[in-house]
Design a protein. Structure first.
Length: 289
């Protein structure tokens, strides 16, 4: 039987097309948009009654009653956690600048006991089933995603990196940070094989929004694109004209609240790098032909 994240592109019914309508557009001078920082005290991840917390130098597991089940020392600052099959993968930032910037170690920990299983290297992770994880890294001729089993053993790898979307196979909204970019939306297949989907214009797109039917919404250099489970792409809205060779200078975020999307793009001043015009669009989503 196929695991859910390994199901092929034909799994399930064909999604109904999505449409988008811009309800409101505002712009003002301000700081470029960025993903909000995690609220202090908020867990990095949770499963049933267990919560994974992280502070500088320490990872902890707390139950629903507030009891600390275990703590595990770490050399970095935990920034994200992923839970699967009795294991937890925690990525960290380094407290010192290294050859990999502020990248800290990625720790694979036993969820029940808090014992360290393996120390790995990667910037962004995702949980698969059965205690398996993806871990990816970009930079210095590295543009890779690795798959590890519950013991921290490497079982597969791909030359692809970006935002991971689990379900209908493992899809990646790539962010290669190159000019010209070669980023695409792709699907990772066993044996290091990559099914290549639509090209992207921007070299570093923000975190995408995943809809209930598996459609991925990507804010790509001022264009809102929908990519379905089959990797077929549709332009939903052209929000802002961004020259491809200047896409790196723009920052953006995309969030969903019910049937509404909020897209924000920070456009740099043509002569002052410290000044931005922040555009904010409220977008209504509709499903139907």
């Amino acid at each position: 039987m196929q695991r859910p994240e390994e199901a092929g592109p034909t799994a399930g019914a064909t999604p109904t097309p999505w449409r988008a309508t811009v309800v409101r557009h505002r712009r003002k001078a301000g700081d470029p948009p960025r993903e909000p920082d995690r609220t202090e005290g908020q867990p990095l991840a949770w499963r049933d009654d267990l919560r994974i917390h992280g502070t500088q130098g320490e990872i902890s597991c707390v139950d629903a009653a507030g009891r600390t089940r275990w703590t595990q020392r770490c050399t970095g600052i935990p920034n994200a956690a992923h839970i699967s099959g009795g294991r937890v993968l925690v990525t960290t930032d380094s407290t010192e600048y290294t050859a990999w910037g502020h990248l800290g170690p990625a720790l694979l920990v036993d969820l029940a006991e808090g014992t360290l299983i393996a120390e790995l290297r990667g910037e962004r992770g995702a949980a698969l089933s059965g205690g398996r994880f993806l871990l990816g890294l970009e930079g210095y001729d590295v543009f890779h995603t690795w798959q590890y089993d519950r013991d921290g053993t490497l079982v597969d790898s791909w030359r692809s990196y970006g935002h991971y979307v689990i379900g209908s196979g493992v899809r990646v909204v790539e962010t290669d940070r190159n000019l010209p970019t070669e980023s695409r939306v792709v699907r990772l297949l066993p044996g290091g094989v990559i099914e290549r989907g639509p090209r992207l214009t921007g070299c570093s797109v923000p975190r995408p929004v995943v809809l209930d039917d598996g459609t991925v919404l990507v804010l790509d250099a001022g264009v809102l694109r929908a990519v379905d489970r089959r990797l077929d792409a549709t332009v939903l809205a052209e929000l802002l004209t961004v020259e491809p060779d200047r896409a790196w200078a723009y920052t953006a975020t995309l969030h969903r609240d019910g049937d509404l999307l909020t897209a924000r793009i920070g456009a740099p001043h043509p002569r002052r790098q410290d000044r931005h015009t922040v555009h904010t669009w409220t977008i209504s989503l509709h499903q139907g032909s």
